[in-house]
Design a protein around this ligand. Structure first.
Ligand code: UT7
Length: 338
């Protein structure tokens, strides 16, 4: 019996569309001044954030992800039934199971798609991009939706001034498709994990270690716990190291990039990274002032901002970089192809 094997392919993946969604309700620094002992000047100087968008009760991560996916597909003129895979990067799934990707598949009407969730916190989007790219490169699929979505307000203690000022809710989706002959698309990825950093940023309860109980609720263990300075120091170092590593192994320097689209955790972390890469600030995409830290949503939201502002042109080399809970580190090098 002769086997009819699928031929190997060497095709690359490219991003062909970007869509985003943030809920309409705003939480401004002035609102936070009324909730905790903080002020606009402190928040602006220490983080760069002015306002964030928050969901209303009953709106979940799958809702934001579905809206972002709809916008993404509409821009490309593609029907939901044509989508083959849905990957949702999130740390705030609607529920422990089923995966948010399954809920999105149903809400979107992507009847031909399979999918799954990916948990890598703020590095979730670059991680999911690589997984999606490999599904295209292998020849297995031709239309992969990669979504970064989080409803951080569902796990934030709005009496804790050290965390509640930082986070927001939001989602972004990109469509991955195979490159045409002369295109380059997603070039290279740099990912790391340092699990010793898990203690510095986590949500202690709700999993198998500390299932929900009256005690976990009383101890506020279903909220984000963060050692801000430890995360800050790791992020400043690793955003730069991963970016430099990825650029240098591709024979590039920061000055050759058309755009740097970093995870939006803190404006000071972004500026320190850009400085170390020698990136002129007009090529660094920053929208943290409007959205705060939306965890897996920040990079596609910033990509969309760059598109809206006309700062991404076909042929531009683009670097994405993120650091998040885990600790996780993720960077992507790509050539913009539309
Ligand atoms: O995506 C990954 C997720 N997380 C991050 O990336 C977070 C990384 N870390 C950070 O962005 C920063 O560490 C923070 C924004 C969280 C904090 O900024 P910081 O410059 O590291 O402040 P700090 O923790 O050193 O606190 C300085 C002071 C403290 O007061 P004392 O002890 O000096 O009297 C804090 O109690 O600021 C105080 N403080 C605040 N004051 C006003 C902390 N939070 C606030 C606040 N408003 N919201």
């Amino acid at each position: 019996m002769s086997l009819q094997l699928k031929p190997r392919t060497t095709v690359r993946a490219k991003i062909t569309s970007v869509g985003t969604y943030v809920p309409p309700r705003l939480l401004t620094n002035a609102d936070l001044e009324k909730m905790v002992d903080t002020n606009d000047q402190w928040i602006t100087e220490r983080t760069g954030i002015k306002e964030r968008h928050l969901v209303d009760k009953g709106v979940a991560t799958s809702d934001l992800a579905t809206e972002a996916a709809r916008a993404c597909l509409a821009k490309r003129g593609i029907q939901p039934e044509e989508v083959e895979v849905i990957i949702v990067a999130t740390v705030t799934p609607d529920m422990m199971f089923p995966a948010t990707a399954c809920l999105v598949q149903n809400k979107l009407g992507a009847t031909g798609a399979w999918g799954f969730d990916l948990s890598a916190a703020c590095s979730g989007f670059p991680y999911a991009l690589q997984v999606g790219a490999k599904l295209i490169e292998s020849g297995a699929h031709k239309k992969v939706l990669v979504i970064g979505a989080d409803v951080m307000s569902s796990i934030i203690d709005y009496t804790d001034r050290t965390t509640c000022i930082i986070f927001g809710d939001g989602a972004g989706a990109v469509l991955l498709e195979p490159c045409e002959d002369d295109e380059v698309g997603l070039i290279d990825f740099w990912h790391e994990v340092d699990g010793s950093g898990g203690v510095s940023l986590n949500m202690p309860a709700g999993g198998s270690l500390n299932p929900a109980s009256h005690e976990t609720v009383d101890h506020k263990d279903h909220f984000v716990h963060q050692d801000g300075q430890a995360v800050y120091k790791f992020a400043v170092r690793k955003m730069a190291e991963s970016s430099e590593g990825l650029l240098s192994r591709n024979g590039l320097t920061g000055s050759e990039l058309g755009a740097f689209i970093p995870h939006q955790a803190n404006k000071r972390i972004i500026l320190a990274t850009a400085d170390r890469l020698g990136m002129p600030l007009d090529r660094v995409v920053i929208n943290i002032d409007r959205f705060g830290n939306t965890t897996a949503g920040t990079i596609p939201l910033a990509m969309n901002t760059a598109l809206e502002e006309g700062r991404l042109k076909k042929g531009d080399l683009v670097l994405l970089a993120a650091v998040g809970a885990g600790f996780t580190v993720g960077a992507t090098l790509l050539r913009w192809e539309f």
